[in-house]
Structure formats: structure tokens, C-alpha cells
Design a binder for this molecule. Structure first.
Ligand code: SAM
Length: 358
């Protein structure tokens, strides 16, 4: 008999007009430069293929984060108080999360942990593996949330814990996923999360992992488009697009992928590229693409310390702690509001993170 699951999946997806995945595909293909929504990469197959990529020897991001967690998970757990909520954004396979949850368990903390991701199938499997690792009397209560970052912001703004005293919400964002946004967009998203939590009257902080590697050869070795694991992961995005559009919009024989590192704005860009002249039909329009044409699939920022400080500052936040790997090319950072707003009394509370008061 399958074991009873010790967590519940809550669907927090909101219906929004004009932003369904099929509409985003059409918008992206009718825009200049051409792009497809990065969400196409994250169906159940995509999550499995990404997890396989993270296990390849050149994908340093995974190893660096494991190294940091092995050394500093206790310090990070010390900054997450008992009676608080931990929400992991874009949790993926949850391979690394266990290190933080185990550290919280060792400190006997009572924590409500929420794992957010877009794909219910993989989220359920990953949570089943994670909860099996936690002890039966663990103070860490596990919950699953199915939805996007946008859905999560709306869910938080609606005050999901009306009956409960929540001391702090920590938003955990691992795997350099925050940097799948451009820098301006990242400030906007961080600010929206902070305002949603604080608007519900609860202080918040972020624990964010950022890949700061500026060495082009190292980055391109990790994202090597000649490597099967990367190609499979990226090209699955086109299969997913076909499924969403309900027709063979992209013929897989005609497509490849390519990666470029832009040292100027510290960003890796991944493109679908066509291997021959091809035509796409998009919303009744015929789009002629010459051999070698590119469609942006996803970007991955490689942000310096200064970039992260600027991103935080623009969002009304500030960097508080940093834990780096031995080479200093990857780091976990706590980011806190510079100002906290007391919604009950309608005034600013204090100009530092709640953590410094613990
Ligand atoms: C780079 S992977 C990182 C996975 C995991 N956090 C790790 O450290 O290995 C990005 C994750 O974010 C999720 N994701 C991407 N876009 C998202 C969105 N708009 N809303 C919620 N999750 C998203 C993906 O499904 C995927 O699990």
C-alpha cells in the first residue's frame, strides 16, 4: 500500500486574462526580439531534465550551493525563528532543501514550510521524498503550493494565516532562480513579495542564492549546448509549446539551442535556434525564419555583489548576510526590508530587519 502523504498540495493558481501560456507564446513570437516564455521549460519532463543537468560535473551551481549549505545551513537556520513560515519559491527537486530543514529540526524549531512550484506532479513526488527524510516528530510542517510567483504574491497579499500569529515569513529562493529575471524585473518581484507579506502585517526576509561567476569559460562549460543534458532540457520547451498550442508548431528536427554569455550585463542567454530556413504560423501570421535565427528561451543572471545590492536597494530592501563558497563564485544572501510598515497602526515600525532584534 502506498504511504499516506504527510503534506497537502494547495492550488493557488489565479485565472488572469491575456496571460495564459498560449497567449504568452503568441505575444513572444510576434515581438522583437523573438522570445518564448521561460515557463515552457518547467513542465514535469522539464523539471526532471533540469535535475539531470544539475547532476552533470560541469554544472558548478549545484555543487557550490551544496558546499555552502553543508558549511552554513546551521547559521541560516539560526536566522529563521521558531513560529515562523518558510516559503521556498520555485522549489524544483528539493535536493538541497533538506539541508536547511534538517538544521531547523536539529534546533527543534516549529516551522511551517511551504514549497511552491508550477508543476503539481513533480512537486508531489519531490515533497514525498523530502517528508520521508524528516523525522516523525519533526517540528517542520510541510505544505505544497502549486502556482507561479505571481500567484504566490496574490496568495500572500490575501493573508493566508488569518487565525495565526506568524512572527516572520522567510522567502527562500535557491538555485539562482531569482536571476532568471532581468535585474530590474528582479527588484520589482522582490518588492512585490515584500509588500504582499508586510501588507498582511507580517515582517519578511529573503534567503536568496545567487551565482556570481564572471568567468565566461566556466559559465559556458556549465551551459554547454553541445551537451546532451542541456539540449534535452532546453528543447523540451518546444515540445511543451507544441502541447500547449495543440499542434506541431515546432518540428524538433529543425531546432537546436545555443548559449551566449554577455559579460557586459552579467547574463547568460539561452536561445532556441533553427537549423534550417523555416516557417512558423503564429495567430494567422506566417513568420519566416532564416537558418540560424534565434528565439530567447531563458536568461540566467550572474550577478556580482554590487548587482545584488542595487537590485535589493531598488526594491526597498538591503543585503544583510552573505555566505560564499571557497572560490567566492556563488553565495547565499539574506535580504531584508530597510523599512517595515505596521499596517495595523499605519506607520513605519523600524528601519532594520526583525532578525537583528532576535
Ligand atoms: C533554476 S530551477 C531551480 C530549482 C531549485 N530551486 C534548485 O535550486 O535546484 C527554477 C525553478 O523555478 C520554478 N519556476 C520557474 N518559473 C516559475 C514561476 N514563474 N513561478 C513559480 N515557479 C517557477 C521551476 O519550475 C523550477 O523548479
Amino acid at each position: 500500500m502506498p504511504p499516506t502523504l504527510s503534506f497537502q498540495l494547495q492550488n493557488i493558481q489565479q485565472r488572469r486574462d491575456g496571460t495564459s501560456l498560449s497567449e504568452l507564446i503568441v505575444q513572444g513570437l510576434l515581438s522583437t526580439p523573438l522570445k518564448l516564455p521561460s515557463l515552457l521549460l518547467w513542465d514535469d519532463d522539464g523539471l526532471r531534465l533540469f535535475d539531470a543537468l544539475t547532476q552533470t560535473p560541469t554544472y558548478y551551481l549545484h555543487d557550490k550551493e551544496v558546499e555552502i549549505l553543508a558549511q552554513y545551513a546551521n547559521d541560516m537556520a539560526a536566522r529563521i525563528p521558531s513560529g515562523s513560515v518558510l516559503i521556498e519559491l520555485g522549489c524544483g527537486s528539493l535536493r538541497k532543501t533538506g539541508a536547511i530543514l534538517s538544521a531547523l529540526e536539529r534546533k527543534n524549531k516549529a516551522i511551517d514550510y511551504y514549497a511552491l512550484d508550477v508543476s503539481p506532479g513533480e512537486l508531489s513526488d519531490s515533497l514525498a521524498t523530502l517528508t520521508a527524510r524528516l523525522g516523525p516528530s519533526s517540528g517542520v510542517k510541510v505544505h505544497g503550493l502549486v502556482g507561479t510567483y505571481e500567484d504566490c504574491i496574490s496568495w500572500l497579499a490575501g493573508n493566508p494565516w488569518p487565525q495565526k500569529q506568524v512572527d516572520l515569513v522567510t522567502l527562500l529562493w535557491m538555485g539562482n532562480s531569482v536571476a532568471n529575471h532581468g535585474q530590474l524585473e528582479a527588484s520589482s518581484v522582490l518588492g512585490q513579495f515584500a509588500r504582499a507579506v508586510q501588507g498582511a502585517g507580517v515582517p519578511c526576509q529573503f534567503l536568496v542564492a545567487v551565482d556570481a561567476c564572471q568567468k565566461e569559460s566556466r559559465v559556458l562549460e556549465a551551459y554547454d549546448s553541445d551537451q546532451e543534458a542541456l539540449r534535452e532540457f532546453i528543447l523540451n520547451g518546444l515540445r511543451h509549446a507544441n502541447t500547449i498550442m495543440g499542434r506541431q508548431m515546432f518540428n524538433s528536427d529543425e531546432w537546436d539551442c545555443v548559449c551566449r554569455f554577455d559579460a557586459h550585463d552579467h547574463t547568460l542567454r539561452v536561445y532556441y535556434t533553427c537549423r534550417m530556413d523555416t516557417e512558423l504560423t503564429v495567430d494567422g501570421h506566417r513568420l519566416s525564419l532564416a537558418n540560424g535565427s534565434q528565439i530567447e528561451a531563458i536568461t540566467s543572471g550572474k550577478w556580482t555583489v554590487g548587482d545584488v545590492q542595487q537590485i535589493a536597494k531598488r526594491a526597498g530592501l538591503r543585503v544583510k548576510d552573505r555566505w560564499c563558497d571557497a572560490e567566492c563564485i556563488y553565495c547565499e544572501t539574506t535580504i531584508c526590508p530597510t523599512l517595515l510598515f505596521d499596517t495595523n497602526r499605519g506607520r513605519l515600525l523600524y528601519n532594520d530587519c526583525r532578525l537583528s532584534l532576535l
